[in-house]
Design a protein around this ligand. Sequence first.
Ligand SMILES: Cc1ncc(COP(=O)(O)OP(=O)(O)O)c(N)n1
Ligand SMILES: Cc1ncsc1CCOP(=O)(O)O
Ligand SMILES: [Mg+2]
Length: 222
Amino acid sequence: MAVNPQAMRSLLKVYFIMGSTNCCQNPENVLQAAIKGGITLFQFREKGAGCLYGKEKESLAKKLQAICKQSNIPFIVNDDIELAVKINADGVHIGQDDEAADVVRRKIGSKILGVSVHSMQEAETAIRQGADYIGIGPIYPTSTKADAKAVQGLTFLTELRSADIQIPVVGIGGITSENASPLIEAGADGVSVISAISQADSPEKAAAKLYDAVNRIMRNAH
Ligand SMILES: Cc1ncc(COP(=O)(O)OP(=O)(O)O)c(N)n1
Ligand SMILES: Cc1ncsc1CCOP(=O)(O)O
Ligand SMILES: [Mg+2]
């Protein structure tokens, strides 16, 4: 763990994830609007059919990183540890099919490390190997990730919190401002979304709605 858990929890409230293939508009404009709306953390996830590679990917990453920097939004890179280190991103997010968390921790030093987990065993390993937060999901059905695991609802999150595992947790998969409530009530520290913001007519309004919903639910739940 490299980041203070309380600070990490605040950053996870509205965690926007996006790459060029997720946007119907220019990704820079989408990110700028999402930041105006109130997102608290950003993950660059350049992945899937038609995505950018090499220099083009790096160039977009740097543009989006600069936008985040202007507003003090930490910039996380999905999967690509080399890119994250090269451009000095604020952190990385890895899953179970990526490099092991302890290996990644050694490569990134004190940057933020997020790990996707789907079971108690994976969660315990991620914590032992230095994760700052874990991502769990898909909570609801999603069409954004073709190879997503089976929908898990709130079962695993509930099991995790019942076992008194306190690591910061963010939920992912099919989350909107309308269905975020049970997730936060079950103990998540925030929501991570792709399409709810990137596919919205107004990414700014969509981000603001999510921000308001999460804060309202947290006030009532805790
Ligand atoms: C916050 C967050 N949670 C989960 C994921 C999914 O990671 P992973 O399972 O490695 O799948 P890909 O995103 O790499 O396709 C995530 N990216 N972010
Ligand atoms: C990256 C990822 N990992 C699990 S579900 C998912 C996709 C989330 O996208 P959306 O918020 O559009 O359902
Ligand atoms: Mg991954």
